[in-house]
Structures are given as structure tokens and as C-alpha cells.
Design a protein around this ligand. Structure first.
Ligand code: SF4
Length: 417
């Protein structure tokens, strides 16, 4: 169990990470639909071997908390028998409904699987940095513009057939555009870019490599494949919460986990309700959500009502979505304030927040839960809450008065009491 993390990347099943409430194991689904029985088995294993807390991260990974040195291998063995396909090796992420979405222009799930396989067999893979990743966006409402990656491809219209646009080092807004390739050349193009990265800057991220080496080598590596096509526009934020039509004529429903976490009992009840609604399974989604898939459109109102009654987020405007909080103290040993425990009160205080911007509550200065800037950011320090507004320190208060301070900030910004 104490073997080094594979490629040093993430707290996976076989090498969980120590936190304040025990060991944390992370499972990154490969994007295939997880059967309800398999997810129910995961919930049971989390309860039996851990403390039952289950998280879905901003990138759609599943985290299980409270494992012990002896129980973690048992948990890994139990989950390994459930048939949940994990994203092993170099992370290749596709749209959360890829392969099912009525709006996608190619099967991003299949292409991502092909890429994972090719990258696993590539001789240069061992020279890539632990956290390099690619995203494959086949279109549809649940796009993945917000996910940063070293290489990203996205469907675009092209003359004479489907094309994908290729960009490197960032999310859709910040990545450097290279051009487009025919869909059938997409895998080759991604492999060439990673091969070049491994050769020019071993164990580096693409952005660092470009800063150090320039873009020229990467352009040259794919020069025979690429045609000059302008970068597609960045789309408004994808919204996983709510209903989504599937190509099959069935539907998916996105359910949010308040502050990114729930517990095995509540999730088991959600699974039972999904079974009653004849769902075929679920997927995880960026944005700390689960997507119940294969529902009859007629069945969606009932499952939405049941999920809401269980405390899950079913309304995109739910004020709890404004607060992004890490686990904080005492769950995380580095936590200076109980960020997660404070989150509901802060969400309530922020319900009048006028611009809907994110309030980031972080147990310490590391800011794990939301690496990007936020209009309001709270960082724990020596048991106090340092409150930053638009990047500038506004005040430092004790945790028990933070909700009132947040409410005052909301009123000052024009919110209503
Ligand atoms: S931000 Fe700090 S307290 Fe929060 S999870 Fe990360 S290390 Fe722990």
C-alpha cells in the first residue's frame, strides 16, 4: 500500500494520501457510465473501510476519505472488483456525457480511450511530468472549456469532414492555438505533441516547456498535420445541473454535491431513487456533480425532487454553489479554519451577493479547492480568516463572525438584505 504514487501524480486507490482524517483515495473515472450497483458498492466500501465521506472534485474525480493503513488495501480490493473503469496513466478527459450526448459531433469517449491506450504504450511516456493531461471535447452542452490541460482538442467545422482544433497549455481561454487537423489525425497529433514535450523538456508541463523552449518545436512537430484555422470561441460556462438530452432519446440529470461532498448513506439513497427511476447508471462531472444517465424524460421530475429532498443541489441558482470550500480543519492537517464546516453558513450569508461571483473559503494559504482568483477569497491563518476582496486584504476576522462579514460585503456591493 505504501508503494510510491504512480508517476507521483495523485492519491490513487493503491497509494492513498495522508490527510487529517486518515488516508484519502482518489478514483478518476475514465468517463464510462458507472452502473448503479457498482456505485452502490463504492459507497458501501467507503462506509466499511473509511469514514463514509465521498467527494466529487472540480475535475470530476471521486475521493474517499477516512481510510486507515490496514483498511485502504481492503478498500482498493473491493473497489477493484466493481468494474469501474479508471483513468490510469496519462489523464485524458472527455466531456462528461461523451458517447451519449445528443449534441456531440464525434465520440470523444472513444477517442479519449484510444489516446489513453496509445499514450500508455508510447516509449516517451516515462519522460512526461506526473500531471500532464489532455482534454478531448466532442462538443455538446457539457463542454470542457474550463478544464486546463497540456494538450486540448475540440471539434470544429472543417471543409470536407470533421476537424478538431488543437491548442496547448491552458484552458480554452488561455491555451495557445495551433490550428486544426482532420479528426482521423487527432490521436497522431496529440502523440506528436507529447513526444516533443518529452524530448524538449522531460518531466515538464507544456506551459513551462513553451516558456523555456518556445513554441516553434511544437509547431514543427505537427506542421505536416495542421491547417491554419482560427481558434473557436470560448463558450459560456457549462452547466451540469439539470436535464440533458441523450442521443438515445433518454435523458441525463445533473445533481450537485453541496460543497463537493456527501456521505455513503445519502448517496446510497440517491442510487436507490435512481434505480426506481430506471436510470442505467451515472457519471461524474466537472463542477462537483453526478450525472444520472439513461432516464426516461418522464422520470426526471421525480428524481430531481428526490435528490433535492436528500439535500443535493438540483437548482443551478442554489446559493451553495457560490461557495467553494476545501475540507479545512480538522479534516486536513494543514487546515487553520474549518472551511467545509463553515461553508453552509457562508452560503446563507452570501445569498444576497449581487454578482453571483465565487466565494472561496480555504483552510490555509494553499488554496487547493480553487486555484483561480475569486472575487472573495478567505484563507485560514493562525486560526483567523483573512478575507481578500478582489485580490486585496479586506479584513482578518475570527471564524464565528465570518458569515456576518460576508453578508456585510454583499450589502456593500449592492445586495439586498
Ligand atoms: S487548502 Fe490547505 S486546508 Fe484546504 S485542503 Fe488544501 S492544504 Fe488542506
Amino acid at each position: 500500500m505504501n508503494a510510491p504514487l504512480r508517476r507521483g501524480a495523485c492519491p490513487g486507490l493503491s497509494a492513498p494520501m495522508a490527510t487529517g482524517d486518515g488516508l484519502l483515495a482518489r478514483l478518476t473515472p475514465a468517463g464510462s457510465t458507472i452502473t448503479l450497483d457498482a456505485f452502490g458498492g463504492l459507497c458501501a466500501a467507503a462506509r466499511i473501510h473509511g469514514n463514509g465521506i465521498i467527494e466529487v472534485t472540480s475535475r470530476g474525480s471521486i475521493q474517499i476519505r477516512g481510510l486507515g493503513a490496514e483498511s485502504a488495501p481492503l478498500f482498493a480490493a473491493d473497489v477493484g472488483s466493481l468494474g469501474i473503469e479508471g483513468n490510469e496513466g496519462i489523464a485524458v478527459v472527455s466531456n462528461p456525457l461523451s458517447g451519449l450526448d445528443a449534441g456531440e459531433t464525434f465520440d470523444a469517449h472513444a477517442l479519449a480511450a484510444e489516446l489513453r491506450k496509445a499514450l500508455a504504450a508510447a516509449p516517451f511516456a516515462a519522460r512526461l511530468a506526473a500531471k500532464v493531461s489532455a482534454v478531448v471535447d466532442g462538443g455538446g452542452a457539457l463542454h470542457i472549456d474550463a478544464l486546463a490541460a497540456d494538450v486540448r482538442i475540440r471539434s470544429v467545422d472543417g471543409a470536407g469532414g470533421p476537424y478538431v482544433h488543437v491548442a496547448v497549455a491552458g484552458d480554452a481561454a488561455t491555451a495557445i492555438a495551433l490550428g486544426a487537423v482532420p479528426l482521423e489525425c487527432a490521436s497522431e497529433c496529440v502523440l506528436q505533441l507529447f513526444d516533443c514535450l518529452a524530448a524538449k523538456a522531460p518531466r515538464s508541463r507544456m506551459r513551462d516547456a513553451i516558456q523555456g523552449e518556445g513554441l516553434g518545436a511544437f509547431k514543427s512537430a505537427v506542421g505536416s498535420l495542421i491547417i491554419d484555422v482560427p481558434a473557436p470561441r470560448v463558450r459560456p460556462a457549462a452547466e451540469p445541473i439539470g436535464g440533458h438530452p441523450l442521443r438515445s432519446g433518454r435523458a441525463a440529470v445533473g445533481i450537485g454535491l453541496p460543497f463537493g461532498h456527501s456521505d455513503s448513506e445519502t448517496l446510497t439513497r440517491l442510487i436507490d431513487a435512481a434505480r426506481q427511476a430506471d436510470a442505467s447508471g451515472l457519471r461524474t462531472s466537472p463542477g462537483r456533480a453526478l450525472l444520472l444517465v439513461g432516464l426516461s424524460p418522464d422520470a426526471t421530475p421525480a428524481i430531481v425532487a428526490e435528490a433535492g429532498a436528500l439535500g443535493f443541489i438540483v437548482d443551478p441558482a442554489d446559493p451553495r454553489r457560490r461557495v467553494v470550500a476545501c475540507a479545512g480543519a480538522p479534516i486536513c492537517a494543514s487546515g487553520e479554519i474549518p472551511a467545509r464546516a463553515m461553508a453552509p453558513a457562508i452560503a446563507h450569508a452570501a445569498r444576497a451577493w449581487p454578482d453571483g461571483g465565487i466565494i472561496h473559503v480555504s483552510g490555509c494559504a494553499k488554496g487547493c479547492a480553487h486555484p483561480a482568483p475569486a472575487p472573495v477569497a478567505v484563507f485560514g491563518r493562525d486560526g483567523r480568516c483573512d478575507v481578500f476582496v478582489d485580490g486585496a486584504l479586506s479584513c482578518s476576522v475570527m471564524a464565528d463572525v465570518l458569515p456576518e462579514r460576508i453578508a456585510q460585503l454583499a450589502w456593500a456591493r449592492g445586495g439586498s438584505r
